[in-house]
Design a protein around this ligand. Structure first.
Ligand code: SAM
Ligand code: SF4
Length: 331
């Protein structure tokens, strides 16, 4: 019997199991914590086709990756992204295909995504107040995102997780209201600490609200108990004491989960990144378009993973920003 190819293993014993694939760096929103106000897009010729991206996902799956999350930029602004979902669903070894979206175009696409086999969708929403939404996204989109959430549920996605980046002095006073809305609608809020990945370099520790403070704000309104941690989980979940669901906090800054990290990323232009904060990535597009076989592509991935560092250094003197903003990496 042929032996299984080795997993993508780093020097700290972590195996890559989850892959995020960015299909575009473009977006219809301009979130202040992500996109530069005046973005310079990746050249279109450098973007990989869905077939090319699916091939890279298949190579990663042949080396032990079991979950793919489609992201961006905004994945729903790339044409017919449901076609990419269908390609991923045909990849042997992938147990789950999920997507993270800002939801503004979800109402029109939820049914097609469901039909293509998308397993889960996470929607990002930072505020239920139209003015705050606009202040953070620099575009009016609240009603579209809310319509997208409803449509996704009507199409059979659910329960839906809602990502919310918390910024001091912007939406931090709304955390408990968002949690209340989540309890009412059956959506799990996942509050995220603001990370220094934004295009306009505005990050400052004072703008970041620690996860402990976020959790305390929710618990002050609704009693909740921390759930024992799941391995490789990036979040800490809290179950409401009255049984009406849960919320989670994601603390990349104050409670880094690097020691358990099982993620790798492929950007829309085909660079392979082993950490959100990697200063640069390994090029897969060049070899792919030059005719490299699967074994050669797997070797590039394996080599990059073998050199993965122990963790990021946010807030410490050795920290350097990556060479691109979040929208061009794939969050
Ligand atoms: N456009 C889609 C969306 O917003 O859901 C997918 C891409 S976005 C980069 C993925 C996730 O990263 C979103 O939930 C977003 O809120 C989060 N994100 C972006 N920049 C971030 C930052 N600087 N710190 C923390 N989370 C961030
Ligand atoms: Fe666009 Fe998502 Fe970045 Fe906001 S977080 S600018 S929606 S890619």
């Amino acid at each position: 019997m042929a032996s299984r190819p080795p997993a993508l293993l780093d020097g700290f014993g972590r195996a890559a199991r989850k892959l995020r694939v960015s299909v575009t760096d473009r977006c219809d929103l301009r979130c202040v914590y992500c996109m530069p106000e005046r973005p310079v897009w990746l050249p279109r010729a450098e973007l990989l086709s869905y077939e090319e991206l699916a091939r890279l996902a298949a190579v990663a799956a042949s080396r032990g990756v079991t979950q793919v999350r489609v992201t961006g930029g905004e994945p729903l602004i790339r044409r017919d992204v449901h076609r990419f979902v269908a390609l991923l669903k045909a990849v042997p070894g992938l147990a789950e295909v999920a997507m993270t979206t800002n939801g503004t175009r979800l109402a029109a696409q939820a049914a097609a995504l469901k039909a293509a086999g998308l397993d889960r969708v996470t929607v990002s929403l930072d505020s239920l107040d139209a003015g705050t939404y606009r202040a953070m996204a620099r575009v009016d989109g609240l009603s579209d995102t809310l319509a997208g959430l409803d449509a996704a549920e009507a199409a059979g996605f659910g329960p839906i997780k809602v990502n919310c980046v918390v910024m001091r002095g912007v939406n931090d006073s709304q955390v408990a209201d968002l949690a209340a809305w989540g309890r009412r609608t059956g959506r799990e809020l996942r509050f995220i600490e603001f990370m220094p990945l934004e295009g306009d370099a505005i990050w400052d520790r004072s703008l970041m609200v620690p996860a402990s403070e976020i959790a305390a704000a929710v618990i002050a309104r609704f009693a909740a108990v921390e759930r024992p941690g799941a391995a490789h989980s990036t979040s800490v979940s809290y179950d409401y004491a009255d049984g009406r669901g849960s919320f989670a906090v994601i603390a990349p800054v104050t409670r880094a989960f690097c020691a358990d990290c099982d993620r790798v990323r492929v950007t829309a232009d085909g660079t392979f990144r082993t950490c959100l904060f990697a200063e640069r990535g390994a090029d897969l597009r060049g070899p792919l378009r030059a005719g490299a076989g699967d074994a050669e592509l797997a070797l590039i991935m394996a080599d990059a993973v073998s050199r993965k560092g122990p963790g990021h250094l946010i807030g410490l003197p050795g920290f350097h920003r990556p060479d691109r903003a979040m929208n061009a990496i794939g969050g």
